[in-house]
Design a protein around this ligand. Structure first.
Ligand SMILES: Nc1ccn([C@@H]2O[C@H](COP(=O)(O)OP(=O)(O)OP(=O)(O)O)[C@@H](O)[C@H]2O)c(=O)n1
Ligand SMILES: C[C@](O)(CO)[C@H](O)COP(=O)(O)O
Length: 226
């Protein structure tokens, strides 16, 4: 039997508005861009790596991947990546989550091979509250949200490429937007398995996250040289 081909698809075409330092995938932590870190975390586990970049940008020197131009939204960038890949199975991973361990990649891949749809996620640890929607600045406590059973969804998100393509194309036709791909698979009727991720997989979104990322990079890189 032919072994299934697996690709890593990395949406990296965002503008990094909330971070405010230009296209976020090209921002450095510990001397390496977020994009280089994300590609390096996946390259050894897959047959090919595809990256969606902002128009007019090129891959940083030395990054072994195939680049395409991304879209206006993350969803659009992922659809372009899915269409550009010829793989059977894909791992979709935000460039903005640079601290991805080999253990998590292996865990997501193992569940993907068994079920066809999986995502890294973390059980929520904080108390959750909905703010009063009718109060002007949205800072008034309205009601506590039951935390039991809630998970915060991370990446990598993994699926059969044919399922993802069909969910993405249907969403495009129907004008449905989702903030992630596992959510689209679920919307399209597939069961998605939650695979415990890790705290280090946080998304670098705001300037505060970048400070955390700088601090973590030193420890992360030292651990890999031991
Ligand atoms: N049109 C877009 C928008 C986002 N992304 C990618 O999707 C991931 C998650 O997006 P996010 O963290 O929101 O990044 P930005 O869109 O860059 O951030 P912001 O929303 O603050 O502008 C990132 O790796 C980002 O590069 C993408 O490929 N194409
Ligand atoms: C895909 C994602 O990282 C899962 O948590 C998240 O939904 C991306 O959201 P963003 O607003 O595009 O950063």
């Amino acid at each position: 039997m032919t072994p299934l081909k697996v690709a890593a698809l990395i949406p990296a075409a965002g503008s990094g508005t909330r971070l405010g330092q230009g296209p976020k995938a090209f921002v450095q932590v510990g001397g390496r861009t977020l994009l280089e870190r994300s590609v390096a975390a996946l390259a050894g586990h897959v047959h090919e790596v595809l990256v969606a970049l902002p128009a007019g940008m090129e891959l940083p020197k030395g990054v072994q991947a195939r680049a395409i131009v991304g879209g206006q939204t993350r969803q659009e960038s992922v659809l372009r990546l899915l269409e550009a890949s010829g793989a059977d199975l894909v791992l979709i991973h935000d460039a903005a989550r640079p601290f991805l361990s080999a253990d998590t990649v292996r865990a997501v891949l193992a569940v993907l091979e068994q079920t066809g749809a999986a995502t890294a996620a973390q059980p929520v640890a904080d108390t959750l509250v909905r703010a009063d929607p009718f109060q002007a600045d949205g800072t008034l406590w309205d009601e506590r949200v039951e935390r039991a059973g809630l998970w915060a969804v991370q990446t990598p998100q993994a699926g059969r490429r044919d399922w993802l393509l069909s969910a993405h194309r249907r969403a495009e036709t129907e004008g449905y937007s989702a903030t992630d791909d596992a959510g689209l698979l679920h919307w399209a009727g597939h069961q998605v398995t939650l695979v415990p991720g890790e705290a280090s997989l946080f998304k670098v979104t705001t300037p505060g996250d970048l400070l955390l990322a700088e601090a973590l990079a030193a420890v992360w890189d030292a651990r890999r040289q031991e």
